[in-house]
Design a protein around this ligand. Structure first.
Ligand SMILES: NC(=O)c1ccc[n+]([C@@H]2O[C@H](COP(=O)([O-])OP(=O)(O)OC[C@H]3O[C@@H](n4cnc5c(N)ncnc54)[C@H](OP(=O)(O)O)[C@@H]3O)[C@@H](O)[C@H]2O)c1
Length: 363
């Protein structure tokens, strides 16, 4: 089968013919129909992001595909089913604290490497092998829509955060970093889950105005100016009432004060979810007042990715029209042009923009 292979960090992907993956028990083989290219894929493939990824590897985290073959223990999946290939693979030998890898992207830490060695290759290939539970049926879709359904990979990240925060319909949400790729998706997901109001923060006023225009009157925007007290005051003024839940999804380039500005806008007994990359490339860490957290009964939690059942719920939100895939502008590349796809994803990033690789559909 044809695949894009990364042999060395910083070298271009080689388009090669690899042996087809062999099926084991507890696994499925999927024909990859489309796979999203992250905006920062170039920084991962160059080694700049320092992701734990052993080489050579077929990159590509997640895909929309069709089941080609199932193992003997599959009881629901059948050949031809349309599935979301969830790259979040959890070790099966510790139900309480599983190690996590993102297939074709990174391992959480050294402990998770055996899992990455086994479920090694990602989605930038004609076929991929994944744990049975990671192939999640999305119902029938038109083949032409496969690329657009890759937006699930973006939408599911903040969805995981809101599920962790137990977001309730009718609540007020603050999305910090709302003008980014994941942040803008967070605004759309919160609205889809029934948030009464979403406060969207960012420095880019044009991007904020676009968000409000796209997503309607339940979105209120606040331009961040880098003055903690003043920024927070304007967040609170923009909110129609107490802020129930804060989701931070700022990138590594942002600083911890930008995060604290948002966190401390949450109401007493409120919930805060940290999902961004602040601190991952160094810099000062979060400095939160202990008494404020204690006296106000604040819940603060981190969240990497989303629980296994989230993809089913997201497919439901999409099918119900509560989350609109048509918001996404998709640019597709053939597998042969994987390097051009990576370059395009970096250049053409931002709210509701998505670059996708579509392997040949020869079956
Ligand atoms: N937890 C998870 O499961 C998970 C999964 C995937 C990704 N992530 C993380 O999510 C984060 C966001 O990803 P993304 O692709 O949406 O990021 P992005 O588009 O690069 O950045 C998001 C926004 O951050 C704002 N920003 C604020 N301060 C900034 C600064 N000092 N430098 C640069 N930008 C700044 C920018 O908007 P303004 O210019 O308008 O301020 C930008 O649009 C990343 O760190 C990524 O690692 C987490």
């Amino acid at each position: 089968m044809k695949a894009a292979v990364l042999k060395q960090f910083g070298s271009p992907l080689a388009i090669e013919t690899l042996p087809e993956p062999a099926l084991g028990t507890g696994e499925v083989i999927v024909d990859v129909m489309a796979s999203r290219v992250l905006a920062y894929a170039n920084a991962v493939l160059s080694g700049e992001r320092k992701y734990l990824l052993e080489l050579p590897v077929v990159p590509g985290a997640g895909a929309i595909g069709r089941v080609r073959a199932t193992g003997p223990d599959a009881t629901h999946l059948v050949k031809g089913d349309w599935v979301y290939c969830d790259p979040t693979i959890r070790s099966r030998d510790d139900a309480q604290s599983p190690d996590i890898i993102l297939q074709g992207l990174t391992a959480a830490d050294q402990k998770a490497l055996p899992l990455q060695r086994y479920f090694h290759d990602g989605a930038w290939a004609e076929q991929m092998r994944l744990p049975t539970e990671n192939a999640i049926r999305i119902g029938n879709i038109a083949e032409a829509d496969a690329a657009r359904w890759c937006a699930m990979g973006t939408l599911l990240v903040p969805h995981g955060g809101f599920l962790a925060a137990q977001l309730q319909a009718g609540e007020t949400v603050l999305v910090n970093g709302a003008t980014g790729g994941f942040g803008s998706a967070a605004v759309a997901v919160a609205l889809g889950m029934g948030a009464a109001c979403v406060i969207a923060t960012g420095r880019n006023e044009k991007a904020l105005a676009d968000l409000a225009r796209r997503l309607g009157p339940r979105v209120r925007t606040v331009a961040m100016r880098g003055e903690e007290q003043d920024d927070r005051k304007r967040i609170l003024q923009a909110a129609p009432g107490p802020i129930d839940c804060v989701l931070d999804i700022l990138p590594p380039a942002a600083n911890a004060i930008q995060v604290r500005t948002a966190i401390m806008a949450v109401r007493p007994y409120g919930r805060v979810v940290l999902m961004g990359g602040v601190g991952m490339l160094g810099g000062a860490d979060l400095d939160l007042p202990y008494p404020w957290m204690m006296r106000n009964c604040i819940t603060l939690r981190g969240q990497w990715m989303y629980p296994p059942h989230a993809a089913l719920l997201m497919a439901g939100l999409i099918r119900a029209g509560l989350v609109d895939l048509n918001q996404f502008e998709v640019t597709s590349f053939a597998l042969d042009d994987a390097n051009a796809a990576v370059a395009n994803a970096a250049r053409d990033s931002g709210p509701f923009r998505m670059t996708v690789i579509e392997p040949p559909k020869s079956r």
